[in-house]
Design a protein around this ligand. Structure first.
Ligand SMILES: [Zn+2]
Length: 270
């Protein structure tokens, strides 16, 4: 199906009509309502995720992490625009899936928030997203060599890691940022059903079923990239095959609390 963004993909009839309606209604849409207070434990995880991602070298002054609201799948939670390492519970804002803040209150919002809203729209299974510019991953977005699982911890990279080419949507002169819904949508289409996508000349996105899982994936995508670069320097690495990767991912998905507890203690000082 030809989508309003100009790309051909399977958005489904309802999603397609919904996207058309949203595009047509635009500024006339009524102000979105809040889903109400989120679970404090979810907010605590989201704040910790911001700190952990900085402490583990995944984000620096840039990058962001979001989670779907526990009370409404059409809302998500993410910090106002600020360095992740400084985020507190008071900085968390609620957004609808058009990435409009519900109660902005004069606060700045991330330019690239559309990454989150558009992935949540296309992926009902996804409950948390990380966008980062982590340094060992970016080379794999810019060369033909693929990012592939080096060891069992990064089994989620099995089956291929797609690369988003912004020129296909934004043309040859963009500033590389996902600064509107059409670009966020194109990125979400590139991600497809996968947990990780790379963004040429920019960074990556990780998606998962929880904040803890997405932090695990973002951290180990960076670790895997570092290991793969080292292995390629030494010789011709053997990677996990798709069956090994899938089996390892299943095992690891049940174990994410172990590194989470360690990372959280380090990053939060408790
Ligand atoms: Zn970015």
């Amino acid at each position: 199906m030809q989508c309003f963004c100009g790309m051909s993909h399977d958005l489904g009839r309802r999603g397609f009509l919904g996207a058309l309606m949203a595009a047509a209604v635009g500024a006339q849409a009524p102000a979105p309502q809040s889903a109400g207070p989120a679970d404090p434990a979810l907010i605590e995880d989201l704040v910790a995720a911001n700190r952990i991602l900085y402490d583990q070298g995944v984000v620096d002054g840039f990058g962001h992490v979001s989670t779907r609201h526990d009370k409404d799948p059409n809302r998500y939670l993410m910090s106002r625009s600020m360095a992740p390492a400084l985020v507190t519970a008071e900085d968390i804002l609620e957004y609808d899936l058009e990435s409009t803040p519900i109660d902005q209150g004069g606060r700045a919002v991330y330019l690239e928030r559309f990454i989150h809203g558009e992935i949540y729209k296309l992926r009902p299974d996804v409950r948390a997203i990380v966008h980062s510019h982590s340094p060992y991953v970016i080379p794999y977005a810019n060369v033909k060599t693929q990012l592939r699982p080096m060891n069992h911890i990064a089994g989620f990279l099995g089956g291929g890691v797609p690369v988003f080419e912004i020129r296909d949507t934004a043309g040859p002169a963009s500033d590389m940022l996902i600064r509107n819904p059409a670009l966020g949508h194109a990125l979400a289409v590139t991600l497809g059903p996968r947990p990780v996508a790379l963004m040429r000349g920019h960074g990556s996105v990780a998606a998962a079923q929880s904040v803890r899982h997405v932090v695990f994936r973002a951290v180990y995508t960076e670790v895997n990239a570092r290991m793969e670069s080292e292995a390629l320097r030494l010789g011709d690495p053997t990677f996990l095959n798709d069956e090994e990767a899938a089996a390892a991912m299943k095992t690891n998905d049940a174990l994410v609390d172990r590194p989470w507890d360690l990372w959280k203690r380090r990053a939060m000082g408790k």
